[in-house]
Design a protein around this ligand. Structure first.
Ligand SMILES: [Zn+2]
Length: 332
């Protein structure tokens, strides 16, 4: 039994296609018994594994949201063996606002796991996902993109795990998803993420980075739509084998440490030396940081500290001291 105050309008154990909301309490001055309605769709048939697909963990990342809306409309119960649970706009207030962080309290929803049933909207929703949805799942994929600030080579993202069997199952799921890149990393502050919550419950789980720049990329959307159906095929929920993209099998890469990041040492305007996806060299020029405070001083020249694929670039021109402006991935 859960002590969650979140009430699902759908029967998680029912068959067919069900469309409803998770009703999450959110008291306001003008509505003491107010709730926030988080859309949920369950498509289930027969017996088989359960796959939880989530998007809108961050509200300004759009490929996953549109892919799950498409799946919610088109996935037919009779083609499913098992259960697919869709949360296309999981952190609904941020999705409705088109923002990464919550307009309610400024929280990053992906730093709220495993949550707290009575900790307010974000923590109580995270607690429901962790304590009610994850325990009935076999596979979980949380769809992210680069958001407003970053642009990223479309990638499935997994953690470097201590358990060899779980690592192999994670890589097999990522191979099936079939993004141009599969990136494995030891994440900074991974503990409070949904991906870590799923791993802690022994579920085969992936995240992703599928574009960014605060826009919906048609190319990344194609990769995401194919990838999500590939995951359902890999799980055995849909018939058939995963489809390989026109770029071939996914390239396995890693960002092993912070030396693969370039950070801005001061506030300024970032002028990148290379486009996303370029192969770059250690000690080569990464770009120039322009300082409006001192018009006649030369810009600050930054260089890469690692050789590899320019996997992530700063999209927004204005940066603050400490912001990453580039991330390099290398082949595993
Ligand atoms: Zn995200």
């Amino acid at each position: 039994m859960t002590n969650s105050p979140v009430v699902p309008e759908v029967d998680l154990w029912g068959s067919g296609r069900q469309v409803g909301h998770l009703r999450v309490p959110q008291s306001r001055d003008d509505s003491g018994w107010g709730t926030i309605q988080v859309p949920i769709v369950v498509v289930a048939n027969g017996t088989g594994p359960t796959v939880l697909l989530t998007a809108g963990n961050h509200g300004d990342e759009y490929e996953g949201q549109v892919t799950l809306l498409d799946l919610a409309r088109t996935l037919r119960p009779e083609e499913v063996q098992g259960r697919v649970i869709l949360l296309p706009a999981m952190h609904y207030p941020a999705c409705a606002a088109g923002k990464r962080l919550s307009p309610l309290d400024g929280r990053d929803f992906n730093r709220c796991f495993p949550g707290d049933p009575f900790g307010g909207f974000a923590l109580s929703l995270a607690h429901f996902v962790d304590s009610v949805l994850l325990p009935i799942c076999d596979y979980q994929m949380d769809l992210h993109s680069g958001g407003t600030g970053m642009d990223i080579v479309p990638s499935a993202v997994g953690h470097i795990l201590d358990h060899a069997g779980m690592q192999a199952r994670t890589l097999a799921m990522a191979d099936a998803f079939g993004a141009p890149v599969t990136l494995l990393l030891k994440e900074v502050n991974a503990g409070p993420t949904l991906l870590a919550a799923a791993e802690n419950r022994g579920i085969v789980a992936l995240s992703s980075e599928l574009g960014g720049g605060g826009r919906l990329s048609p190319a990344a959307l194609t990769i995401t739509k194919r990838g999500v159906r590939n995951v359902l095929r890999h799980a055995g929920v849909l018939e058939g084998l995963p489809e390989v993209g026109e770029y071939g099998p996914s390239r396995r890469m890693t960002v092993p440490d912070l030396a693969h990041y370039v950070f801005a040492p001061a506030d300024g305007i970032w002028e990148a030396a290379h486009p996303l996806g370029h192969t770059v060299q250690a000690d080569g020029p990464a770009g120039l940081l322009h300082r409006i405070e001192d018009p006649v001083a030369p810009p600050i020249a930054l260089s890469y500290k690692a050789t590899g694929l320019l996997w992530c670039v700063r999209h927004v021109g204005r940066v603050k001291a400490g912001d990453p402006v580039a991330v390099i991935a290398r082949d595993m």
